[in-house]
Ligand binder design. Sequence first.
Ligand code: NAP
Ligand code: ZN
Length: 354
Amino acid sequence: MQKTIGYAAHDHHSPLVPFRFERRDPMPTDVQIEILFCGVCHSDLHQVRNEWGGSVFPIVPGHEIVGRVAAIGSAVTDFKLGELVGVGCLVDSCGTCPDCHDHQEQFCDAATFTYNTPDPHTGRMTYGGYSNRIVVDQRFVLHISDSLDPAAAAPLLCAGITTYSPLRHWQIGPNDKVGIVGLGGLGHMAVKFARAFGAHVVLFTTSASKIEDAKRLGAHEVVVSKDSEAMGKQRASFDFILNTVAASHNLDDYTALLKRDGTLCLVGVPDHAHPSPSAANLIFKRRRIAGSLIGGLKETQEMLDFCAQHHITADIEIIPIQQINQAYERMLKSDVKYRFVIDLASLKRDAESG
Ligand code: NAP
Ligand code: ZN
């Protein structure tokens, strides 16, 4: 077994603290990764606080993992020792159902998520990337170009693919007017991708202080969503709106902005349900509300390669792991530009102090 140290929450109201546990030894198809950086997703916070229900404690969060290959199983041919690799939200799936067959492993009923899921190999819960190493089946390990900054690439593994995938699925391109709601970890990646795909990009934010930043990141227009006059000017003009907000709010404000046949796609997963949307708002222009979940492994690799080609990474603030609890408080106040990334070298302090 591989002795591992990470940070865990032991219940839904206590801070994360150092936690020692064991990873499985690499099996023939496994890759063992020494973790360099791990992004801090709002989903980590939702699950640490058990806001979605179903959290099993202790919980070691983290699904935006970048590291180097430290060992490989005897049947691994696609990865080399020392190579820069990534792991996102998934570490296993059945491999045989229609979703897996179609490279949509995120929808597999037997998908194993990187943390807080029973691991079919050990029977214990999976533990995520707020830790110094991880052992993952090669099918769920991604190649990361050395041309990308490894810390700024970490958020691509969740925030990146979660926004890239719906923009690709709805075939966003130069003739589209696209809205992005919320300028956080997901939202700022969505602005970058929608711009890179050639769309006209409008960012909706509750934070007037983010207007200039949003433009720097690629938004053509920025609308403060509390300004009802500015919202009114955008009525019935959008082909597609991607909503990344992590809290319950009135979706009618955004369905009203869609053109005929336009789509509002939800990726934010608030702890309290949104108020029911107005049926008339949908019916009169045949508008749709849809959802999207991360992306499959093939598309995640495609996204990482696209980012290497187009020099796209996240805007990040690097923190030592000892600051994770303060980082959560700041994330709740939308006080992050635009993703915290943990430097796992900081874990040595806890390892040395016994
Ligand atoms: P984040 O960095 O905290 O960003 C969320 C943004 O939402 C904030 O920056 C803020 O932007 C806006 N917001 C407006 N009102 C808010 C409020 N009352 N509370 C919180 N945020 C508010 O979060 P994230 O990591 O991007 O994640 C966003 C959501 O997506 C979370 O619910 C997360 O669990 C979910 N998620 C879903 C998937 C998926 O596969 N579907 C994957 C990853 C994450 P402004 O300041 O610009 O208004
Ligand atoms: Zn995430």
